[in-house]
Design a protein around this ligand. Structure first.
Ligand SMILES: CO[C@@H]1O[C@H](CNc2nc3cc4c(=O)[nH]c(N)nc4cc3[nH]2)[C@H]2OC(C)(C)O[C@@H]12
Ligand SMILES: [Zn+2]
Length: 371
């Protein structure tokens, strides 16, 4: 396959327009040191070295090939050097398949109170005990190496939404300088990869410049950052109508932080290969179950004597062995088993969705009605 950047600019536009809704969807396999990733792929979020309320072997039974961890949280506790000394994150959390770690900038902005952005990096106070830390392209890349991440994310600045053109431009330019330093700091080994993250907010010329800057660094894959930050689905899809096409056609494209089933389907149709989102786990713990009948708020009193499973044909333990009445009760009385079963079901639902999308793409069938 030819990477799209080899075409002159005007042809790039024609190629982007030529793709109709389904032509951009693609199914494939990413081979890594820790196993294969079938794409389109959904990565359950395991922020602190655990997918909350799940055993790693249970996460594996849902069909997940890869999970996400966070540099920011793990550097604060237990500390990257300690995880390294204990054999790395795979061993520490007993997950032998691929691990992708976010690079920390986004989490600093959404979690730590006091922080200062400088050319060098971000200086911040831990949201846990207020102690002072610095994250830079070099330190973030080194932390991810110490964790043993299969896929390391470049250190970027997630441009907030909304941003003026000027704000988005200078933020994107900072991300390009940090990407260069991240790439230089990366210790490349067979079967491990580093992904660049493009920014540029909703401005297509900034998105193009960001892509060109990062393509020069020849990353193993590319993420589209600066989305799922409050812009809404319509604006996100407007950016996704062209942004994936600016990236090399033969490398993985990862949309960070997305999303609900309908967001995932729309993004796959626009050429995205990888996703991560807290929704299935976080909303599961909050009593929301994703089902083919729609979202079930299990705390609703109408379920207190409902002796049927969430989904009669779902193979997860919640559906095989329990009823909505029991799940309603567990969540109401805040029993830990409630969080476990709801999470397990939602992760199974999301992986089934991805499996069906991969099958439909492989058969060349349209798939926008799935959700
Ligand atoms: C639906 O869940 C809410 O939406 C956020 C997920 N949306 C998101 N967009 C992202 C963008 C970037 C980025 O540009 N760069 C880097 N390095 N990482 C990123 C991570 C991101 N995650 C969740 O994060 C909060 C907690 C704000 O609410 C959740
Ligand atoms: Zn189920």
């Amino acid at each position: 396959e030819v990477s799209i950047t080899k075409f002159p600019a005007d042809e790039r536009k024609i190629i982007a327009k030529a793709h109709d809704k389904y032509k951009k969807a693609r199914a494939g396999i990413i081979n890594t040191r820790h196993g294969q990733i079938h794409t389109p792929a959904f990565m359950p979020v395991g922020t602190k070295g655990t997918v909350k309320a799940m055993l790693p072997e249970s996460v594996q039974t849902t069909g997940a090939d890869i999970i996400l961890g966070n540099t920011y949280h793990l550097m604060l506790q237990p500390g990257a050097k300690r995880v390294f000394k204990l054999g790395g994150l795979h061993k520490f959390m007993n997950w032998s398949k691929p691990l992708l770690t976010d690079s920390g900038g986004f989490q600093v902005m959404s979690l730590s109170k006091l922080r200062k952005i400088t050319e060098e990096g971000v200086i911040f106070n831990s949201h846990i005990d207020g102690s002072k830390f610095m994250l830079s392209p070099e330190s973030s890349t080194e932390i991810q190496y110490l964790l043993g991440s299969t896929i390391t994310m470049a250190f970027d600045e997630c441009t907030p939404y909304p941003s003026t053109y000027e704000q988005a431009k200078s933020s994107m330019e900072l991300t390009s300088r940090w990407a260069k330093r991240s790439r230089k700091a990366f210790y490349s080994r067979d079967g491990y990869g580093q992904f660049g993250i493009i920014q540029g907010s909703i401005y297509n010329d900034l998105r193009l410049k960001s892509a060109l800057d990062l393509i020069e660094l020849d990353f193993e894959g590319y993420a589209i950052g600066g989305l799922a930050v409050g812009e809404g689905q319509e604006l996100m899809f407007k950016v996704l109508d062209y942004a994936p096409d600016l990236l090399p056609i033969n490398k993985p494209r990862y949309l960070m932080g997305v999303g609900k089933p309908a967001d995932i389907i729309g993004a796959v149709q626009r050429g995205i290969d990888m996703f991560d989102c807290v929704i299935p786990t976080r909303s599961g713990r909050n009593g929301q179950a994703f089902t083919k009948y729609g979202v079930v708020n299990i705390r609703n009193s109408k379920y207190k004597e409902d002796n049927t499973p969430l989904e009669e044909d779902c193979l997860c333990p919640a559906c095989k062995n329990y009823t909505k009445a029991y799940l309603h009760y567990l969540v109401k009385v805040k029993e830990i088993l409630g969080a476990m079963l709801m999470t397990w079901h939602n992760l199974m639902y999301f992986q089934k969705l991805m499996l069906r999308i991969r099958e439909y793409i492989a058969q060349g069938k349209d798939f926008d009605f799935i959700s």
